[in-house]
Each structure stands twice: as C-alpha cells, then as structure tokens.
Design a protein around this ligand. Structure first.
Ligand code: ZN
Length: 123
C-alpha cells in the first residue's frame, strides 16, 4: 500500500499526497508551504572525492506545480544550484560528461607525474 501524508498548506489547507515508492520525504516538514511547493524527494546520491561533495543527485517530483514537469526528474546539485535532468537521455548525457571529466583528470595526473619526474631529475 502506498504511503500517504497530509500536509497543511498555506493556500489549499490540508492536502493528502500519495508518495511514490522512492520518496523519502518527511512531509510533515512541509506544513505551511504552498501546495505547488510540495515535493517528493528520493534519497541523495552523492559523488564524493577526498571528502568533498562535488555533486548530489536525487529523484524529485512536484505533483502540484503548474510550471514544472510533474513527472519525476533527477535533480543534480552541482554546488552552484540544482539542475534537473528530465529524461533518461539527459541523465546519460550527464554520466558521459562525468566520464569525460575522468579522462581530463587522468591527463592531469600524467602531466603531474611528468612534472614531478622532471623536478626530481633536476634536483
Ligand atoms: Zn512523498
């Protein structure tokens, strides 16, 4: 049976939400919000390097928002704000860009190794 939650909104009174299976939101924390701002949120999936969270992705859906897509999106926090991937193709594009960035890091590691070898030889 799907989980439901009743939120006491500022503009529409009590609103009962039926959560998708992936929703982890404690909707009692959304009391007082406008109905359009009610959001289902999935678990955060962080990309962490050396203790720094570079990005975080999470499923999201705003079931009453008139301006945003009501279907679930993958929201990605790129440290300067959330970006939404509204289709699997956009999520795959993001994955490809991360893989490409890994290649950049490998090149920089090779460059660093070459520079360090040169420094060691000159000492
Ligand atoms: Zn929910």
């Amino acid at each position: 049976m799907p989980r439901t939650a009743t939120v006491h909104t500022a503009d529409h009174g009590p609103v009962t939400l039926t959560c998708p299976p992936w929703c982890r939101t404690d909707h009692t924390q959304q009391d007082g919000n406008h109905r359009a701002d009610l959001v289902h949120e999935g678990a955060d999936v962080p990309f962490v390097y050396a203790g720094h969270r570079l990005l975080t992705a999470a499923l999201r859906a705003w079931p009453f928002d008139e301006t945003a897509a009501r279907r679930p999106v993958l929201a990605v926090d790129l440290s300067d704000g959330w970006h939404t991937c509204e289709s699997p193709a956009q999520v795959r594009d993001l994955a490809n860009k991360l893989l490409a960035h890994c290649g950049v890091l490998w090149s920089l590691a090779d460059e660093l190794a070459a520079v360090q070898d040169g420094t060691n030889r000159s000492m």
